[in-house]
Design a protein around this ligand. Structure first.
Ligand SMILES: [Zn+2]
Length: 81
């Protein structure tokens, strides 16, 4: 079932945008994104959020507050399944 992948990968996505994802998981995530539109859209949302923050403070890492916000989003997506 795809849902299982989406759930576990959506948790990895915050690591992905952090740049702290290991290569193995990164490859898994990328191949999943090729066939899972909802996850692509979800990742785009995350990247937009990060991008918006990045344009406010260039070169500064994502604040903890924003990470918490993302985590909340990730949770709600997992619930939607
Ligand atoms: Zn997915």
């Amino acid at each position: 079932m795809k849902d299982i992948h989406c759930k576990s990968l959506s948790r990895k996505m915050s690591d992905y945008v952090d740049g702290s994802l290991d290569l193995k998981t990164l490859a898994k995530l990328k191949s999943h994104l090729k066939e899972c539109r909802p996850c692509v859209l979800f990742l785009e949302t995350i990247e937009k959020t990060i991008g918006a923050l990045g344009s406010l403070k260039k070169g500064v890492s994502v604040p903890q507050e924003a990470k918490n916000h993302l985590r909340e989003k990730l949770k709600s997506v997992s619930r939607r399944g």
